[in-house]
Design a protein around this ligand. Structure first.
Ligand SMILES: Cc1ncc(COP(=O)(O)O)c(C=O)c1O
Length: 420
């Protein structure tokens, strides 16, 4: 799709804001004392995790659906999503009394389908089809074409972008006296960043706009670097809200003009931030919602003494993911290490390993071994947790000194995926 340059004006976003303010009341812009002290600057959090649907996604969906004429609406609307867009869409349908259909992959968890049912009430029907999002997307498009229902795209649509842009208007309106020096915005398909970016470029051009993408799904950064919207072949879907193979064409055209920079944030760092926010501030964020705060460590020199704002875009964290989040965080912080150790198959070999190799604070948290009588050495998979990352080099030194045969697994994707 060729998209001419598009200008989303602050005026259009203000009109969307007026349309939305009673159904998605403004969320707080909160000063964070902990983060401000940690980074020697003034950090404000835009709390979109406190939205009715626990993410900003109601804004775009409502703005789009409410812009359609009666005749179009009478045929119903349709979307494909297993996440926050589905919830924003469902609540918008219920508020506007429009019949909607949400296509989701059959693998979608019950928690997610229940949320959509709760918000959409009798107005929304859920169709579970295929194994992947792409399967659900194709079915949604088919339904939209065959039955002339309006397809509500999660990001590649001017009305969606204007709706998400209202987050920018609220931030600007509630800003402290001095304009923000930096605004950190999570990027998925580019709806939020295109909207908020357009607004800020017009009303506060001195604010530096930083888009944040997950390391494993750098669709916007790749596209901007290539000078054209580029589809990635594979992505890591861990940061589900923000992991897309291809950003929207409209979103790309806008973001390449309005964002000052796009930065990739490692998934492990995002996990550490989720845990930190929970422990320090009792704030529950989902991976995409943690992106903007996770970025601060990478900007700590630049933001010293500045006024900065992070958009906390969503809080729909599935509690069953906490074990994986903790694991990824400990790996990123270099506190957990997996090895295959080849023990000589004789009595006492394990005891020697424990005495000679483990340091006083090293802890075995994973051990898998089966004695095989026909071999002279048996492999064991061992996970060791350290108190500080500095304990790693001495551990390896001791293994080398004692001529332990080992293979390091943390960097071996295949084996590692099997384990974690
Ligand atoms: C919580 C959250 N943050 C960020 C994003 C990325 O959004 P966009 O597609 O508007 O760039 C999403 C998308 O679903 C999301 O749910």
């Amino acid at each position: 799709m060729v998209v001419e340059s598009i200008n989303i004006s602050a005026g259009a976003i203000l009109r969307a804001y007026k349309r939305l303010k009673d159904v998605a009341p403004p969320t707080p812009l909160q000063y964070s004392a902990v983060l401000s002290e940690r980074y020697n600057c003034a950090v404000y959090l835009k709390r979109e995790d406190l939205q009715v649907v626990r993410s900003y996604k109601i804004r775009g969906a409502y703005n789009k659906i409410s812009s359609l004429d009666k005749k179009t609406l009478s045929k119903g609307v349709v979307c494909a999503s297993a996440g926050n867009h589905a919830q924003g869409f469902a609540l918008s349908c219920a508020l506007l009394k429009v019949n909607g259909t949400v296509y989701m992959p059959a693998t979608t968890t019950k928690q997610k389908t229940s949320q959509v049912k709760m918000f959409g009430r009798a107005y929304v029907k859920i169709e579970l089809v295929g194994d992947t999002f792409d399967d659900a997307y194709l079915e949604a498009i088919k339904d939209s074409e065959q039955n002339k229902k309006a397809f509500i795209h999660p990001f590649n649509d001017v009305k969606i972008i204007e709706g998400q842009g209202t987050v920018g208007h609220e931030i600007y309106q509630d800003s402290p006296e001095k304009p923000f020096d930096y605004l950190f915005i999570p990027v998925g398909g580019g709806g939020l960043s295109a909207g908020v970016g357009s607004y800020f470029k017009e009303v506060s051009p001195s604010t530096k706009l930083i888009g944040l993408e997950p390391w494993g799904a750098p669709a916007m950064k790749t596209s901007i670097d290539n000078g054209k919207n580029t589809e990635l072949k594979t992505i890591d879907k861990f940061v589900d809200g923000a992991a897309v193979k291809k950003v929207g064409d409209i979103n790309f055209e806008i973001c390449k003009e309005v964002l000052d920079e796009v930065r990739l944030i490692p998934e492990g760092k995002i996990c550490s931030t989720i845990l930190q926010l929970y422990n320090e501030a009792a704030i529950v964020v989902e991976p995409a919602g943690a992106l903007s705060i996770a970025a601060l460590d990478f900007y700590k020199e630049k933001i010293k003494g500045k006024n900065i704002c992070c958009i906390v875009s969503g809080g729909n964290n599935d509690i069953t993911r906490m074990a994986e989040i903790t694991e990824r965080s400990l790996l990123y912080e270099r506190l957990r290490h997996y090895f295959i150790i080849r023990f000589p198959q004789r009595a006492g070999a394990l005891r020697e390993f424990l005495t000679d190799i483990l340091g006083p604070n090293d802890d075995i948290f994973f051990f898998e071994y089966k004695k095989k009588t026909s071999r002279s050495a048996g492999p064991a998979v061992i996970g060791i947790e350290l108190k500080t990352p500095d304990d790693y080099d001495p551990l390896i030194e001791r293994m080398n000194t004692h001529q332990i045969h080992y293979e390091y697994l943390n960097e071996n994707d295949d084996l590692f995926e099997y384990l974690v």
